[in-house]
Design a protein around this ligand. Structure first.
Ligand code: IPM
Ligand code: MG
Length: 372
């Protein structure tokens, strides 16, 4: 037998199982054409794991993920589990996997496919092809948090009552390794790196800036730009085509990647890769959430999940041809007019005539049919 990979599949909650199931089907189909074997085993995490085991990230799921070559994740969370105390919320599964697998680099490419016509909500989007490199295991999502009862008062005498806090904290080592990833990607792409921060307010951001300046000396071929995060969100709408690689902290990357997703048409189009040091297993998932409002209705867009398989094959398993085949099949399917509701919302009348509204499963069938 030729190349074989041990893949852990975690369907999750909401639309997670639907889109992840589609991704697995595409993986199986492309593997047959390109002569490798994915050995797929399924594990629970998120709300479904809370229901089955009482915890969002069972030990056996984390262990299997750590022992795998790669993890394919759907999405987790939903209103059913919203009232649970913080440590047992479904989102802890994703955060726990990222931390437990040391996945500090999150790559979120945002591309406006020409085949989608004018599906972008921007009037003149231009050619959008950018990569967000998000720090994934540090910052405020992993900093000290807590709550306490305060005896202090506001200026007018009102009692403060309970206080809750989260902490943004970053070490030089954490910042440097993610900045380096950013520079390396910029070097093989458009040679421009934008460091996004809030250096006019945050001391952590000032550390990002000074380390970026230092490291940039090793990357003299890469143009370095700094933007405050509020300005960056504006610039992403005003001049999206001028961005190449954006590197930023955990929370800013979370927010900006949803924005980048929507200006390329739909957040349902954006895949992501979470990676650690070379040789360690990676995790691949759509950037969108579990969308409980449309779960079980066969209308979610499976493309973000399917393109996540593409990222896994290209960036992680060295199966570039198979990955290119997936991208080509997605583009061809879009060019033929197939649209899930999220990408059928925009466009002029002429555009509208050429499109066919399809379900999650039908979109996947078509993509598989277009695999070459
Ligand atoms: C994402 C999601 C997660 C995050 C949530 C579900 C914890 O929004 O992957 O962008 O904030 O990282
Ligand atoms: Mg997010």
């Amino acid at each position: 037998m030729g190349r074989s990979y041990n893949i852990v599949s975690i369907p999750g909650d909401g639309i997670g199982p639907e889109v992840n199931g589609c991704a697995v089907r595409v993986l199986e189909a492309v593997s047959q054409k390109y002569g490798f074997e994915p050995k797929i085993t399924e594990y629970k995490a998120g709300g479904s794991a809370i229901d089955a085991y009482g915890v969002p990230l069972p030990g056996e799921t984390l262990q299997a993920a750590q022992d795998s070559d790669a993890v394919l994740l759907g999405a987790v969370g939903g209103p059913r589990w919203d009232m649970i105390e913080a440590e047992r919320r479904p989102e802890q599964a994703i955060l726990g996997l990222r931390q437990g697998m040391h996945l500090y680099a999150n790559l979120r490419p945002a591309i406006l496919y020409k085949e989608l016509g004018d599906v972008s909500p921007l009037k003149k989007p231009g050619n959008i092809d950018l990569l967000i490199v998000r720090e994934l295991t540090g910052g405020i999502y992993f900093g000290k948090q807590g709550s306490y009862k305060s005896s202090e008062k506001l200026f007018d005498g009102t009692r403060k009552g309970n206080v809750a806090f989260d902490t943004e904290s970053y070490s030089e080592a954490e910042i440097s390794r993610i900045l380096r990833r950013g520079f390396e990607f910029a070097r093989i792409r458009g040679k421009k790196l934008t460091v996004v921060d809030k250096a006019n307010v945050l001391v952590t951001s000032r550390m990002w800036r000074s380390l970026a300046r230092e490291i940039s000396e090793e990357f003299s071929d890469v143009e370095l730009e700094f933007l405050y995060v509020d300005n960056c969100s504006m610039q992403l709408v005003a001049r999206p085509s001028t961005f190449d690689v954006i590197v930023t902290s955990n929370m800013f990357g979370d927010i900006l990647s949803d924005l980048a997703g929507q200006i390329t048409g739909s957040v349902g189009m954006l895949p992501s890769a979470s990676m650690g040091n070379p040789g360690m297993p990676g995790l691949f998932e759509p950037i969108h959430g579990s969308a409980p409002d449309i779960a079980g209705q066969n209308k979610a867009n499976p493309i973000a999940s399917i393109l996540s398989v593409g990222l896994m094959l290209k960036l992680h398993l060295g199966e570039k041809d198979a990955s290119d085949a997936i991208t080509a099949a997605v583009r061809k399917t879009l060019a033929q007019g197939a649209r899930t509701p999220d990408i059928a919302l925009y466009g002029d009348e002429e555009e509208a005539k050429k499109i066919t509204l399809v379900s999650t499963v039908e979109m996947t069938d078509r993509i598989i049919g277009n695999l070459e």
